[in-house]
Design a protein. Structure first.
Ligand code: HEC
Length: 126
């Protein structure tokens, strides 16, 4: 036989728990050890790209320039003329590393004529 008071408090705990997990879902990933940005593309599309995408043309084109992460870090941490600075709490070093890789994976501009298709597998090994 159940006592009504117990089932009430159990219900309360369950509701509180549901609210907590909901809050954790909508909270930005700021917990320690969690990446702030899902990927370099995520950071680029949500921050840098607002000014630096070629079609925007506010900032310089960053893609396809093989920019070293150290260079990105200096510009991002200090800002540069019209560009605001971003602290590590917003864009951490790991995110900049991912961004550097992502930018290098994008084609340089202006687009160059496509080179003839390379062989899928380099021959040579017998
Ligand atoms: C509000 C617009 C804006 C945002 C957001 C922004 N930048 Fe910039 N950035 C600029 C502008 C404008 C310049 C050019 C400043 C100048 O040359 O006077 C610049 C310059 C730079 C430069 C140096 C110039 C070059 O082409 O080598 C780098 C590197 C750079 N930004 C990287 C980034 C990265 C990485 C992010 C994202 C974390 C970012 N920027 C976000 C506006 C922005």
């Amino acid at each position: 036989m159940k006592r009504p008071r117990d089932s009430m408090s159990l219900k309360k705990i369950m509701v509180t728990g549901a609210n907590l997990s909901l809050a954790m879902l909508v909270m930005p990933a700021q917990a320690e050890g969690q990446p702030q940005w899902r990927s370099g593309a995520d950071l680029y599309n949500n921050v840098c790209g607002y000014c630096h995408k070629p079609e925007v043309g506010v900032g310089t084109v960053l893609q396809g320039r093989e920019l070293p992460v150290e260079y990105l870090k200096i510009m991002v941490r200090n800002g540069f003329n019209a560009m605001p600075a971003f602290p590590a709490s917003y864009v951490d070093d790991a995110a900049l590393g991912e961004l550097s890789k992502y930018l290098a994976s994008l084609p340089p501009l202006p687009p160059r004529p496509t080179p003839p298709p390379a062989k899928a597998q380099p021959g040579g090994s017998p």
